[in-house]
Design a protein around this ligand. Structure first.
Ligand code: C2G
Length: 447
């Protein structure tokens, strides 16, 4: 019996896939199809896959062509499988010519002509494409539009910035304007990275126009405003998502569920530090200086693990800030301690202070350590009293996680689900802490 194996994602199964499977089957008597797992697809850069693994496996099985379906989960698995299953022929489409010649050491390698004119990416793009607008300063617009280019089905149609003279010449777009309402009229959805003080009005106006919104955190500077915006989004049946790229990083997501599984025991302390030294005085020289003080720039990121691991019902907090003399309400450094019934948390954020940007989560059995810059990490460790039990975890993270954020936004728009990686309660609590900061509530100021 001649055994054939082939592999693929098989997302949104189409006739190109089916033709490949049919011809693969004709090469032998028994066909095994390896369908790639969700994680493995992310590791190899396929971030736009629409269907979960079980749906893709089911679709391949439903063709009735494969004699067996297995899951491809890691780099190099093909060699293990060829040996394990006694494979005679490995085959794959001609878009992979040369990639798998190394398998010739183990079996015959056959590249079958790829079917022209159809692909999963094309199907994704053809699904009602999302016309996206962006609001922000030119460097942000450039960085985020580059990240967006990795996302199927999202077209950047319009940019809104006050700083048109510094708008990047190489950033082509149908419309570049300083008029937010004009920009909105040309899009279905908007990514807002304007000054935090403008978020509430801009988000509210966009939602009222029936636009989907991805807004850089904090969504608003008071809890009630954030609550009101989520209720408005629900009423208008549009998506409102908080843009906090860390929440969409696989390493961060796996870290949170590992903690919740009790792996390091009951959590007693969460300590998060985020700093990025900026020339505060220099910020004043341009009228477009984003008024992103330390707490607005880094507070939401630092608070994310606190509220996602310990919850939002802290008993009390204490805010300690040092302000820049030359700028009102601009904290150079802020430390916030949160006290819970049976745990504590501490965040340190600063644009006028440099520190070690690490995340340490302390438990009754061990602790979890994420090295700097923890908010865009692809790696973390769990450590125990006996170092022999320590464990390290690595996950692919491309582009600091921004592209995954846009994939999640597009998916939420297409599926109409508002299942957010960041709960409304977390968003509202982040805004409530920032509100207290501006009201100097629970706060001490150091000179
Ligand atoms: N295919 C094809 N014609 C198309 C589209 C895809 O012949 N129009 C083939 C691909 O060449 C591949 C299989 O169908 O052999 C599955 O395609 P994808 O689901 O896109 O998966 P891909 O990432 O190409 O998988 O490690 C090998 C890879 O997993 C191949």
């Amino acid at each position: 019996m001649k055994k054939v194996i082939t592999y693929g994602t098989y997302d949104l199964l189409h006739f190109g896939h089916i033709r490949l499977l049919e011809r693969a089957k004709e090469l032998g008597d028994y066909l095994i199809v390896g369908v790639t797992s969700d994680d493995f697809d992310k590791v190899r850069g396929k971030i736009n896959v629409q269907q979960p693994l079980n749906e893709r496996v089911q679709a391949v099985q439903n063709t009735g062509i494969a004699d067996e379906v297995i899951i491809e989960e890691y780099e190099g698995q093909k060699i293990d499988d060829i040996i394990k299953y006694g494979i005679d022929i490995f085959t794959v489409g001609s878009d992979w010519v040369g990639y798998f010649d190394y398998l010739k050491e183990y079996c015959e390698v056959v590249y079958l002509d790829r079917t022209q004119g159809i692909s999963s990416s094309q199907i994704r793009d053809e699904k009602r494409a999302i016309n996206l607008g962006m609001v922000g300063v030119p460097p942000v617009l450039l960085k985020y539009s580059r990240e967006c280019s990795y996302v199927n089905g999202v077209n950047i149609k319009a940019m809104c910035t006050d700083d048109q003279e510094n708008y990047p010449k190489n950033l082509k777009c149908d419309l570049v304007t300083s008029d937010y309402e004009v920009m909105l009229a040309h899009v279905d959805a908007v990514y807002i990275h304007s000054d935090p003080v403008s978020h509430y009005e801009q988000v509210k106006y966009a939602l009222e126009q029936g636009k989907h919104v991805l807004c850089e955190s904090p969504i608003a500077l008071t809890k009630d405003q954030t609550k009101e915006l989520f209720e408005l989004a629900e009423k208008k049946q549009v998506v409102l998502m908080e843009a906090l790229k860390t929440a969409h990083s696989l390493a961060y997501q796996r870290m949170v569920v590992l903690i919740k599984s009790g792996r390091i025991g009951r959590i007693v302390s969460v300590d998060a530090t985020c700093t990025s030294l900026r020339d505060i005085a220099g910020d004043d020289t341009t009228r477009f200086a984003p008024k992103w003080n330390s707490l607005c720039s880094w507070g939401p990121t630092a608070m994310l693990p606190v509220f996602q691991i310990l919850g939002t019902k802290y008993k009390e907090k204490s805010i300690i800030s040092q302000f820049a003399k030359e700028r009102e309400n601009y904290d150079l450094f802020t430390k916030i301690d949160f006290i819970y019934d049976s745990a504590v948390a501490s965040i340190k954020v600063g644009k006028g202070v440099k520190s070690e940007g690490e995340l340490v989560i302390s438990g009754t059995k061990g602790y979890l350590y994420v090295p700097a810059p923890w908010w865009k990490t692809d790696y973390y460790e769990i450590r125990f009293e006996n170092p022999a039990n320590n464990k390290r975890y690595f996950y692919q993270l491309d582009g600091e996680g921004i592209r995954y954020e846009f994939v999640a936004f597009a998916r939420a728009i297409h599926k109409g689900n508002t299942i957010n990686r960041i709960s409304r309660e977390t968003s509202e609590t982040i805004s409530s802490v920032i509100e207290d900061f501006y009201c100097h509530k629970d706060m001490k100021i150091i000179i």
